[in-house]
Design a protein around this ligand. Structure first.
Ligand SMILES: [Zn+2]
Length: 89
């Protein structure tokens, strides 16, 4: 049985059956199957869904490290310029 979130009828882009679809164009049973597969991959820590998640975690971790480094450099530059101003006086 299709849930309330699946109110537009059409062809499911995964199974190709004519059903009620989610906003992502999937029928209810394909959506549930995908969620189960993703949960299993996360638990097993392997598979394409897990690898995509892992890559995005690494990417965001790297971004945070870059931001920390930039903030350190900015702070150092500010301290340097303040020291120079003190020396000039
Ligand atoms: Zn489907």
């Amino acid at each position: 049985m299709d849930k309330k979130t699946h109110i537009v009828a059409g062809v499911c882009r995964q199974c190709g059956k004519n059903k009620y679809l989610s906003v992502r164009g999937l029928c209810y049973s394909c959506g549930i199957a995908n969620r189960r597969l993703a949960a299993n991959e996360m638990r097993a820590r392997q598979g394409p869904i897990f690898e995509r998640w892992q890559a995005s975690m690494i990417k965001s971790g790297n971004k945070i490290l870059q931001d920390i480094q930039l903030a350190r450099e900015r702070k150092q530059k500010l301290a340097d310029s303040q020291r120079q101003m003190m020396e000039q006086q």
